[in-house]
Design a protein around this ligand. Structure first.
Ligand SMILES: [Zn+2]
Length: 450
C-alpha cells in the first residue's frame, strides 16, 4: 500500500475518535441481565476478599514463586467454574510462567457455533514487599497490584461467576490467559508471548482488564520499537573541519540525521520518535541494555564516533514500516567523511490499531454501560496509552482493553484502587460478554466489517 493511502487511513481513524457518539439501542436490562447484575452486586465483598488475598501474595515479576502462587489462587477460582487450568512454564526466558484456563461452550443442536472469547490479564506487579500489603480504608484499598492489575483479574473472575450463575457461561467458549511477566516481558517476545498468540488464533475477540475509567475503554494502544544510530567518521585535526580530507565528523552527521528525522516525520498522527541517549566524541562506549555509556575527546579534533539510542511509537504496522524506511533513507545520505547505520527493534511491541471492529466492541460496551445506569463509554485517545499485553494479539483479532478497576499510582509504591469500581466494572464486563455471545454469528459479522 502506498504511504499516502496508509496515512489517509490513519487520518480517517483519527477523525473517528472525535466523531459522532454511538446511538444506543437496548438500553434496558433483560431479566437474565438483571440477575447477572444482582449477582455481581451481592458478590462485592467476596470480590474484595479475593483481591485482598491476591495482593497479599507478593508477585514482582522476578519473584517467580510469588507469581505462580497468585496464578494458583486464581486457578482455584476458575476450576470451581469448570475451567481446565494449566501452568505454562516460562523458564526458557527466565520468567515464572502463565496461567492458561479454558472452558468450552455446551454445544446445542442447531445453534450457531459459540462465540470464542479470550480474556487476558497479568499476575505480576512492578513493586512488592513490606508496605505493599492490602490496606483498606473506606472505599479505597492500597497495595501492590490493587489496580494494576490484580483488581482487573478479580473483575474478570467475578464476571465469569456472574455469567455462570444464570447459565450463560455455557453459551461461550472462554480462554483465560494470565501472564506472569507483563511488567517485564521475557525475551524474545516470540517465545514469551507465543501462548497468547496461539490462544488468539482460536478466539473471535480479546478483552483485557488493565485499569479502566468511567467513560473510556481502550480501542488503541501505540506500539513501540527502539533504534540505535551508529555514526563513524574520519578522525582529523579540527582545523580541517568541513574540508575535503577531514569531512564533517560524527557529531555534525548525527545532528543532521536527527534534524532530518524530525523534519521528515514530525506531525504524523500518533507517530513519535525520541532520541533518548546520545554519546559521542573520540572514545565512546555505550551499553544498549543498561542504557549507559562514556565519552571522551578533545576540542581540537574532528570527532570519529556518535551513538544515539531512541524510541519510536506508532499506531499501525504500516506507519512503523514507512517511518523506518524514511529513517533508513536519511541515514544513508552521509555528509563528507562520515558513514552511519541504524538498527531497529530489539525491544518491540506491535500496535493495537484503532480498527472499526474495536469501535464496534466499544459501542456494545457503551450500550451496556448506559443500560446499567452508568456513564456513556467512548474509545480512548490512542496517543494516551502505551503498549501492553493486548498489543501482541491486537493485530490478529478485535479487542478492547481498560476493562479493569479504577485506580491511582500504578507502577509506584503508592498504588491504590477505588473499590466502588469493582462491582461496576464487573457488571459492565459480564453484560458485554453476555450480549456479544447471545447471537455469535451477528457478533462475528459486526467484527469483520473492517
Ligand atoms: Zn498492567
Amino acid at each position: 500500500m502506498p504511504n499516502s493511502i496508509r496515512y489517509s487511513v490513519v487520518g480517517a481513524l483519527a477523525a473517528l475518535l472525535v466523531g459522532a457518539p454511538v446511538t444506543a439501542p437496548a438500553q434496558t436490562l433483560a431479566r437474565a441481565e438483571q440477575r447477572i447484575r444482582d449477582h455481581v452486586t451481592a458478590s462485592t465483598e467476596a470480590g474484595i476478599a479475593l483481591l485482598e488475598r491476591s495482593v497479599n501474595i507478593g508477585s514482582g515479576t522476578m519473584n517467580h514463586a510469588g507469581v505462580e502462587a497468585v496464578g494458583m489462587l486464581f486457578a482455584g477460582e476458575l476450576q470451581q467454574l469448570g475451567f481446565r487450568t494449566s501452568w505454562l512454564s516460562q523458564a526458557a526466558v527466565n520468567r515464572a510462567g502463565h496461567l492458561l484456563a479454558e472452558r468450552p461452550a455446551r454445544r446445542r443442536r442447531g445453534r450457531a457455533a459459540p462465540l470464542r472469547v479470550l480474556l487476558i490479564g497479568h499476575l505480576d506487579t512492578v513493586f512488592e514487599g513490606e508496605g505493599q500489603q492490602f490496606v483498606r480504608t473506606d472505599s479505597t484499598a492500597s497495595g501492590a497490584g490493587t489496580s494494576d492489575m490484580k483488581g482487573g483479574i478479580v473483575v474478570l473472575v467475578q464476571a465469569l461467576k456472574a455469567l455462570a450463575s444464570v447459565g450463560a457461561l455455557d453459551d461461550m467458549h472462554v480462554i483465560v490467559l494470565l501472564t506472569g511477566d507483563e511488567e517485564n516481558a521475557g525475551e524474545p517476545h516470540s517465545i514469551s508471548r507465543d501462548d497468547m498468540v496461539r490462544a488468539a488464533r482460536r478466539s473471535d475477540l480479546v478483552l483485557s482488564f488493565e485499569g479502566g475509567s468511567d467513560s473510556t475503554a481502550v480501542v488503541a494502544r501505540r506500539g513501540s520499537s527502539d533504534w540505535v544510530l551508529n555514526v563513524t567518521a574520519r578522525q582529523y585535526h579540527s582545523s580541517g573541519m568541513f574540508g575535503e580530507r577531514a569531512g564533517y565528523g560524527a557529531i555534525y552527521e548525527a545532528a543532521r540525521i536527527l534534524t532530518e528525522f524530525r523534519t521528515a516525520l514530525e506531525g504524523q498522527p500518533f507517530l513519535t520518535f525520541s532520541p533518548g541517549v546520545m554519546v559521542s566524541g573520540e572514545k565512546v562506549s555505550y551499553d544498549t541494555t543498561m542504557m549507559t555509556g562514556t565519552a571522551s575527546g578533545k576540542t581540537n579534533i574532528v570527532p570519529p564516533t556518535a551513538v544515539v539510542h531512541g524510541d519510536l511509537r506508532f499506531i499501525t504496522s504500516g506507519q512503523l514500516d514507512s517511518a523506518r524506511a524514511v529513517m533508513r533513507e536519511v541515514v544513508s545520505r552521509n555528509l563528507r567523511g562520515t558513514s552511519a547505520e541504524i538498527l531497529f527493534g530489539e525491544s518491540y511491541y506491535p500496535a493495537m490499531a484503532p480498527t472499526p471492529a474495536n469501535y464496534a466492541l466499544v459501542a456494545v460496551y457503551d450500550t451496556v454501560s448506559r443500560a446499567l445506569g452508568y456513564a456513556p463509554v467512548a474509545g480512548n485517545d490512542p496517543s494516551r496509552r502505551g503498549a501492553g499485553d493486548i498489543s501482541f494479539v491486537a493485530p490478529l483479532i478485535p479487542g478492547l482493553d481498560g476493562l479493569g478497576v479504577f485506580g491511582r499510582g500504578s507502577h509506584s509504591p503508592d498504588e491504590s484502587v477505588d473499590l466502588t469500581s469493582l462491582p461496576k466494572q464487573t457488571a459492565r464486563a459480564a453484560l458485554l460478554m453476555y450480549r456479544l455471545s447471545l447471537d455469535p454469528n451477528r457478533t462475528r459479522r459486526r467484527l469483520t466489517v473492517n
